[in-house]
Design a protein around this ligand. Structure first.
Ligand code: XMP
Length: 526
């Protein structure tokens, strides 16, 4: 938890957009944290927030046992903004009335605004908002006035300026609400009076100071995977404590083409950071352990266990350390129990149980207050190259789960080469689109890669019969990686990729494109 900074607190009532609310606030350069509605009022007061936002939630506030808040929360003298459930709860607790409507109001909805007030200053009289509610506010609490309504909903927003209380029935945090970000900006900057000094350059500076204070002359150990989070954590720690930091980078032989060297180029001896960098070339060990294993879950387990073994051996060589650093980020903290007191150990797929194997006193998690996009900004501030900072998600078990069937060095090489060509051609096509249209390509996938099917089939190359592998190309558009749609990469791009793979990658005579969405498929192809 960041101390001594002006902050807004988001109180979570179980709504699906709680993290989105916090991100939108941070986009206004205002720091904010999410806490459960069960957090004691005393604790909230101690944090001295400049403002409080109550999120939506799935319940009806008038039902027995529904999540609630005490009247005192609204009487702290701190501005409170209730969103959806939060708005209804505010009315319910303060003496208004909330009832079930005959019909649910859902989706983009035309809304009429009064904009002679601070909350809606600059918002048009008529605008589109995102609604999602069954219950509605049928009677205002004393002291409130309506400042927005729709054709079906008499109270789309209300305020009690003297008390600093604001209620919005719709979801300003969702992009479908036109000017929703402006409403949140008006609340945190103009009503709560936040200065807006939460910036990544100050975060980096402040963190470096805080890390130095905490670590003193102690030793810190970090498992560096080359992914965004651990890379930024390594950069930050290195700037703070230099050679007191040791990073262990295990090359398990299942990385993308050239990836091991790229990580070493940035963090190794000739790189841009000052730290002790240990690269363990454990490729062969992993291939031996994986030999003959085709069952996906077993493969993951073998990779995970071997990773721990290698890391443990390195940690033993280093001896006792004072701190074990981890690249935990804020969504990990929220998802594992809403910012509790205790440090949450990130259950990285590869590094599960790691602390048991390492002799250390304390965990240090320099990114635990940041969202992913903020981690990326911090990475750029630290001078980490863009290609590392903006890399796609890459699973811990790496190419091990992009090869169907058993894993061999030869198959790894095929996937690496095919994947390299695929990424190269997508990048070229995306750049060309941007140069021509001035905007990002609408088909640009959020994650894309080549995988090796275990299918071999007859083909013909030149005058020769071949019996080679089929490579599958995957490309998905997704927001949360829980569901995904196939990205519609232009056919001409796919054809270029296909022909380059067939011509340049030995052992491949067919290329498939995977059209499956998730569900029923998964994003990875194993
Ligand atoms: P699936 O395949 O489950 O993937 O639809 C969803 C997202 O999670 C990533 N993924 C992993 N990431 N270790 C990771 O760090 C893993 O074992 C792992 N398995 C899947 C996947 O790349 C996608 O972004």
């Amino acid at each position: 938890m960041i101390q001594d900074k002006e902050k807004v607190i988001v109180i979570d009532f179980g709504g699906q957009y709680n993290q989105l609310v916090a991100r939108r606030v941070r986009e206004c350069n205002v720091y904010c944290e999410i806490y459960s509605y069960k957090t004691p009022l005393e604790k909230i007061k101690e944090m001295a927030p400049k403002g409080i936002i109550l999120t939506g939630g799935p319940n009806s506030c008038y039902e027995e046992g529904a999540p609630t808040a005490g009247r005192e929360l609204f009487e702290m003298g701190v501005p409170v903004l209730g969103l959806c459930y939060g708005a209804q709860l505010m009315m319910h607790v303060l003496g208004g009335k909330v009832e079930r409507a005959d019909a649910r109001e859902y989706g983009k909805t035309k809304t009429y605004f009064k904009n002679d007030n601070t909350l809606f200053n600059g918002i048009k009289d008529e605008n589109i908002v995102w609604m999602s509610h069954f219950d509605y506010i049928s009677k205002l609490a004393p002291g409130f006035e309506v400042i927005a309504h729709t054709d079906n909903c008499p109270v789309a927003a209300a305020q009690n300026v003297a008390a600093g209380l604001y209620a919005i029935q719709f979801h300003p945090e969702v992009l479908h609400t036109v000017d929703g970000s402006k409403m949140l900006y008006n609340f945190v900057r103009n009503i709560c009076g936040c200065a807006g000094d939460w910036r990544m350059d100050t975060f980096v500076e402040d963190s470096i100071k805080a890390i130095r204070e905490k670590v003193g002359d102690g030793k810190v150990l970090l498992a560096l995977s080359g992914g965004v989070d651990s890379s930024v954590a390594a950069g930050l720690l290195s700037r703070a404590i230099g050679k007191q930091l040791t990073c262990v980078f295990v090359d398990h032989g299942l990385l993308r083409k050239n990836e091991g060297d790229e990580v070493e180029a940035v963090f190794g001896n000739n790189g841009i950071f000052d730290l002790n960098f240990i690269r363990v070339n454990a490729q062969h060990r992993f291939y031996v352990k994986l030999a003959g294993e085709s069952e996906p879950e077993r493969k993951r387990k073998i990779i995970g266990e071997e990773f721990i073994r290698v890391f443990e051996e390195e940690a033993k060589k280093i001896g006792a350390v004072d701190f074990l650093a981890q690249g935990t980020i804020y969504p990990d903290v929220v998802e594992s129990g809403l910012g509790g007191e205790s440090a949450v150990i990130k259950s990285h797929h590869n590094v599960g149980g790691l602390p048991d194997y390492v002799d250390f006193k304390e965990i240090i998690e320099p990114l635990r207050d940041l969202f992913k996009d903020e981690v990326r900004k911090a990475g750029l501030e630290l001078g980490i190259p863009e290609r590392l900072v903006f890399r796609q998600p890459f699973p811990g078990p790496g190419l091990g789960i992009r090869i169907i069937g058993d894993i061999t060095e030869e198959k790894v090489k095929i996937v690496q080469d095919a994947d390299f060509i695929y990424r190269d051609e997508i990048a070229k096509a995306a750049d060309a689109y941007k140069a021509e249209n001035g905007t990002a390509a609408p088909w640009m996938p959020d994650q894309y890669f080549a995988a090796l099917t275990n299918i071999r089939s007859v083909g013909v190359m030149g005058d020769e019969r071949t019996y080679d592998y089929a490579v599958a190309l995957r490309a998905v558009r997704t927001v949360d990686f829980m569901t995904a749609e196939c990205a519609d990469i232009p056919f001409t791009v796919l054809q270029t990729v296909m022909s380059r793979i067939i011509n340049e990658v030995r052992g491949v005579n067919r290329v498939f494109f995977d059209l499956t969405s998730k569900p029923p498929g998964t994003i990875e192809l194993e």
